[in-house]
Ligand binder design. Structure first.
Ligand code: TGC
Ligand code: FAD
Length: 390
């Protein structure tokens, strides 16, 4: 049989559709993941710690706020490059990609898109350099899927605002120097930059997580927290503010799980070629080949979906419903593949010596955050029928 020229992890040669610059970004981040993330990440997951040492290196590579303009110390890359960054980081671990998503799409983006020029100049260069870390507080303890029912409030008091309430499940919460906090005001939902150490503001880390263990997740609590009006994001009011940030982050999340799925397919393929049972490697059985082929089929679909989504985004034509469809499809794809890969590894698959169980556990968060699978299905259903079924 002639040797195949196909790349098993890119059967439709999506790579050939990338520009030279996009391919270079992918290679650079892939190298970072291979050399800096993969050797340590299993241990970080076991211990439940986020590897903060990697932050300056990610900043050095331009991975923080990568799509924002160079005027603010950012790399000014396009949307496809941002997607590839997410894919390669999540091939390492969803926690590393989460860190970059939150910093870039949920904290730097709103400061850029909704902030004053002073706020942009004050925060963006330091955030791109990894010297200031952000977190994004939208979800509240009583239910994250319905952020319109927000209880955290901000009321004017002279030239200041007084914030009261609580946010739950906040990535980077205890790492962050600033929190982008969304609160109800008399004029609708508004965003505030709340600095660590402001009296009445407390971040409390959430423990006992079985998912995203190499990521910091926290509750944020606000007890009469006073912030000046200069810390309010002046250029947006209403739910479209936070939802606009989510569209940016969800776009990146359509790419990230492709990386996790590729890591799982790779592990399952290699294992199945060396695991000999009933006198042949299990890779020589039809049922294992069928499973591997199905993984490759679903990865290929996801790669094509995200690339086209990225091209639409770069053309300024991407719609939130398209993001919902891809977030739903690609996270579901990766979660199913991680579980199937775990099964192919048998008992060995239950240990973090191999990546599938770590990815599967992480993807249980990814399928929930940034809009649950049901939320995205209902967004697509609403697009088709014109009926809001939430
Ligand atoms: P609706 O009331 O119709 O719309 C309100 C306003 O928002 C606009 N809009 C959007 N804008 C940008 N992007 C979107 N995706 C948007 N969706 C809606 C809309 O046009 C309207 O504007 P205006 O000018 O008319 O006021 O809102 P809806 O009915 O569409 O929303 C319902 C629903 C359920 C889809 C929404 O509430 C939702 O997405 N819920 C899920 C909440 C969620 O995803 N939370 C995520 C929290 S952050 C997080 O999980 C970070 S994890 C990060 C990590 O670690 O990687
Ligand atoms: P709920 O909204 O209570 O949903 C519970 C169940 O009800 C789900 O299965 C949901 O699909 C279902 N459901 C909801 N509405 C309907 C409906 N109309 N019809 C049928 N079923 C429905 N949030 C932030 O703001 N910032 C962060 O940085 C952040 N990071 C996170 C990190 C992790 C590790 C996790 C796990 C979460 C994070 N989140 C963050 C929160 C995340 O966005 C929420 O968990 C998510 O939006 C769901 O909210 P909930 O957990 O309150 O579930």
């Amino acid at each position: 049989m002639a040797a195949s020229t196909l790349n098993p992890y890119d059967l439709y040669d999506v790579r050939s559709m990338l520009s030279e610059e996009e391919a270079m970004v992918q290679d650079t981040v892939a190298r970072f993941t291979d050399e800096r993330v993969l050797p340590i990440i299993g241990d970080c997951f076991d211990k439940g710690v986020f590897p903060t040492d990697l932050i300056p290196e990610m900043a050095e590579l331009g991975l923080l706020g990568s799509s924002l303009p160079t005027d603010y110390g950012c790399a000014g890359m396009n949307a496809v490059s941002y997607g590839l960054i997410c894919q390669e980081l999540e091939r390492g671990d969803s926690g590393i990609r989460s860190f970059a998503s939150v910093q870039s799409s949920l904290c730097m983006y709103p400061i850029y898109a909704y902030g004053s020029e002073e706020q942009r100049r004050q925060w963006l260069p330091q955030m791109a350099a990894g010297k200031v870390i952000g977190c994004f507080g939208l979800t509240e303890p009583h239910g994250g899927s319905d952020p319109a029912n927000m209880k955290t409030s901000a009321r004017r008091d002279g030239g200041d605002w007084i914030i009261n309430g609580a946010k739950m499940w906040i990535t980077n919460g205890n790492l962050a120097h600033i929190a982008i906090v969304w609160a109800q005001t008399e004029e609708g939902i508004q965003g505030f930059i709340v600095e660590k150490g402001t009296p009445g503001f407390v971040a409390q880390e959430i423990h006992k997580k079985m998912s995203l263990r190499a990521s910091v997740t926290s509750g944020l609590f606000f007890d009469n927290v006073r912030v000046p009006d200069a810390n309010r994001l002046p250029n947006v009011k209403g739910l479209k503010g936070p939802l606009g940030c989510l569209t940016q982050a969800r776009y990146g999340i359509t790419w990230g799980p492709i990386g996790a799925a590729i890591a799982c397919l790779h592990e399952a393929t290699e294992y199945s070629k060396t695991r000999v049972l009933f006198n042949r490697p299990i890779a020589a059985t039809q049922s294992v080949q069928l499973k591997l082929a199905d993984m490759a089929r679903r990865i290929t679909q996801a790669q094509l979906l995200s690339l086209q989504l990225g091209r639409l985004k770069d053309a300024g034509k991407m719609q939130p419903t398209q993001v919902s469809l891809a977030k739903w499809n690609n996270v579901r794809m990766a979660l199913d593949i991680a579980r199937e890969a775990r099964d192919i590894l048998g008992g060995a698959g239950i240990t973090t010596e191999y990546c599938p169980i770590r990815h599967a556990l992480n993807l249980e968060s990814v399928i929930t955050y940034e809009g649950t699978e049901t939320v995205h299905q209902l967004v697509v259903g609403r697009e088709l029928t014109g009926i809001n079924a939430f």
